[in-house]
Design a protein around this ligand. Structure first.
Ligand SMILES: *Cc1c(COP(=O)(O)O)cnc(C)c1O
Length: 365
């Protein structure tokens, strides 16, 4: 892979440390299903999977089968889990590739069981329980019991997902989940795993950890939780180098529509990153890059592949100097959290929209 000037640095060391810190916070008996959907929130699922497994992930979870398949190609023995609904026509492939599925309808469970019988396998599944999010899952006890009675399913787990509106509604979801779990276990079935906690609830609500948690964001160092009990660091940073410096006179415009106009004689840096790299176009006029420790506003309209920054106040700035696009927030760098607040979205969206164009560099140290 050729590396240009615009790169994403991904610290496998910090990723491992975040995972260790989370596992220390949760009890020994709490297994971690590490969520690596959407190319591991932009960090590169294939590349980071070994670090998560080495640091004790029990499962690697993705949203869809299409995401699980390349992971299976690369890692024949990794425990892989699909969080979404798998279309019926992909069930044979899931069985063949030993991918653990989310199931919540008797119709699909019957189909999977009969396919498993034909292929002389057991289908490992977790049942998704509807507890109030109203996205996926069922709360029909008869349907769930009928699924449990199917002969060729290994119903290893039971899970649900929180709406995170407030503590009271989250608690109500947990209670509904536990009462369904208990009712099902009264039939004689025991679930190896029960899970309901994403990153935020896994950190902030110790009693929601049950015996498995499903963190995504927190592994990448994103702090959405309130507790001080856990400290994690951002795993990803993004940087580029100045492609060209140009002096403009007072009153001259820069970029499309000549939208930005110099209020004083200015020095403008052209930077080789744009919205096609996954940087939000509407950070134009709000975002900044950091050059030699100084905040340099991104000016005018962000282009697809480039943008311009005002570097008038950076002493002795040179073409080729490094510009930090996303940092950890220290040393005047723009953090993912601050960028998300500036454009009115969440941190996960900014991470997972990072495109494949910026080359990802993985660092062990
Ligand atoms: C994405 C996802 C998670 C992880 O969410 P984070 O907020 O990133 O921790 C957990 N469970 C399900 C079902 C998900 O879709």
């Amino acid at each position: 892979m050729i590396t240009g000037d615009t790169i994403l640095r991904i610290s496998l060391k910090k990723l491992g440390e975040n995972m260790d810190a989370l596992r220390q916070l949760a009890r020994e008996s709490v297994a971690v299903m590490a969520v690596i959907k959407a190319n591991a929130y932009g960090h590169g699922a294939i590349e980071i999977a070994p670090t998560l497994l080495r640091h004790g992930a029990r499962y690697l979870a993705v949203a869809r089968m299409e995401e699980a398949l390349p992971l299976r190609e690369k890692y024949p023995n990794a425990p892989l889990f699909v969080l979404g609904r798998t279309p019926d026509h992909l069930l044979p492939l899931a069985l063949e590739r030993q991918i653990t599925l989310t199931i919540f309808s008797l119709q699909q469970a019957k189909l999977l069981s009969s396919l498993a019988e034909k292929m002389q396998k057991k289908a490992v599944v977790h049942l998704k329980i509807e507890t109030g999010f109203n996205r996926l899952g069922t709360d029909d006890l008869d349907e769930l019991k009928a699924i449990l009675s199917l002969p060729h399913l290994d119903t290893e787990g039971l899970y649900s997902h929180l709406a995170l509106k407030d503590r009271a509604t989250d608690k109500a979801q947990l209670q509904k989940f536990m009462s369904i779990a208990d009712a099902l276990e009264k039939t004689g079935h025991t679930f190896r795993y029960r899970h309901i906690a994403d990153s935020i609830s896994a950190v902030d609500y110790p009693d929601f950890r049950l015996n498995m948690i499903r963190p995504g964001a927190v592994l990448y160092g994103m702090k959405g939780f309130e507790s001080d009990a856990l400290s994690v660091k951002p795993v990803l940073s993004m940087e580029t180098r100045i492609a060209r410096l140009r002096k403009v006179e007072e009153g001259e415009g820069v970029g499309y529509d000549l939208l930005w106009q110099a209020k004083r004689p200015s020095l403008i840096a052209t930077l080789p990153f744009g919205y096609a790299d996954g940087y939000p176009r509407n950070l134009s006029g709000k975002g900044y890059v950091t050059i030699k420790g100084k905040k340099c506003p991104i000016i005018g309209l962000m282009c697809m592949d480039q943008c311009m920054a005002d570097v008038t106040d950076v002493p002795d700035v040179q073409e080729g100097d490094v510009a930090i696009i996303y940092g950890d927030g220290s040393h005047n760098t723009l953090s993912i959290a601050e960028a998300a607040a500036l454009v009115g979205t969440n941190k996960n969206e900014l991470l997972c929209r990072l495109s494949s164009r910026p080359v990802r560099i993985y660092e062990e140290e």
